[in-house]
Design a protein around this ligand. Structure first.
Ligand SMILES: NC(=O)c1ccc[n+]([C@@H]2O[C@H](COP(=O)([O-])OP(=O)(O)OC[C@H]3O[C@@H](n4cnc5c(N)ncnc54)[C@H](OP(=O)(O)O)[C@@H]3O)[C@@H](O)[C@H]2O)c1
Length: 231
């Protein structure tokens, strides 16, 4: 049975972002969604992956609002004010690798851990946005060392957690999802405005994929088109 076949409540983590706010807008206008909440770095409660304690404190602060049948985590960085993606080995440095791992892999994994009690044990779905460039099998171009490797680590963390939950909480599905190239702050330095789709279109497609997910689909990596991607 499709997890989101009944009226559902949703939480968007990273709702200040381009894709995050796109999901909030769509869910607010979705008749099956009976309530949607959003949190981000500057919300009350705040969630900041450079301050990992905020992951648990925000989950505790929201615990009375649950259970949610859908949690979508959109937090992620490709570049920061300090870093642009590495083009070659000589660009590799420990600070950039550490920061991207912290925001793209460690933060989302701890979010799965601490927000698990907010998910409806009778049937719920947690989707974390990954990126196709995090697929090891699909890596043909190279470059973007820290972004690629942090999303690959994220994928492994999601897969591993999904295997554990299939045993302990079989009605909760964990999914990694690739949004496609979206015109956003993240893609802006890489011709995002020219080659990226509007967040509204990408989020519409991703919500269609989510609405068809069943418990047995847990531990998969899907594209916005519904295609199953190689890890
Ligand atoms: N856009 C694309 O083409 C594309 C392609 C593949 C995958 N993705 C993935 O899609 C997701 C959303 O990206 P987007 O395009 O919507 O980018 P975006 O507009 O830059 O949004 C990124 C989100 O991450 C949050 N964030 C950044 N650093 C954070 C931190 N330390 N702690 C907590 N939140 C933090 C931002 O919060 P603030 O608003 O406070 O900065 C914002 O909510 C990311 O995971 C990205 O890797 C995007």
């Amino acid at each position: 049975m499709k997890i989101l076949s009944k009226p559902f409540r949703a939480l968007v983590i990273g709702s200040s972002g381009t894709i995050g706010s796109g999901f909030v807008d769509l869910l607010q206008n979705n008749p099956s969604c009976v309530g949607v909440a959003g949190i981000h770095r500057n919300s009350i409660p705040p969630i900041n992956y450079l301050d990992p304690d905020t992951i648990q404190t925000s989950a505790i602060a929201l615990s009375q609002d649950g259970p949610y049948q859908l949690i979508i985590n959109t937090i992620g960085v490709l570049h920061t004010s300090q870093w642009m993606p590495e083009k070659r080995l000589e660009d590799l440095n420990p600070d950039q690798l550490t920061e991207l791992m912290q925001i793209n892999a460690i933060g989302p994994a701890l979010t799965i851990r601490h927000f698990l009690p907010l998910l409806d044990p009778a049937g719920s779905l947690m989707v974390t946005l990954s990126a196709k460039v995090g697929s090891i099998e699909d890596n043909r171009l190279g470059g973007w060392y820290s972004y690629r490797s942090s999303k690959a680590a994220l994928n492994m963390l999601i897969k591993t957690a999904s295997i554990e939950l299939a045993r302990t909480k079989p009605n909760i599905a964990l999914i990694a999802m690739h949004p496609g190239t979206v015109n956003s702050r993240l893609s802006q330095p890489f011709r995002g405005q020219q080659i990226g789709r509007p967040a509204h279109d990408a989020c519409t497609d991703m919500l269609t994929v989510m609405s068809n997910i069943e418990s047995k689909d847990t531990g998969n990596f899907y594209s916005y088109s519904g295609e199953k991607l190689p890890w």
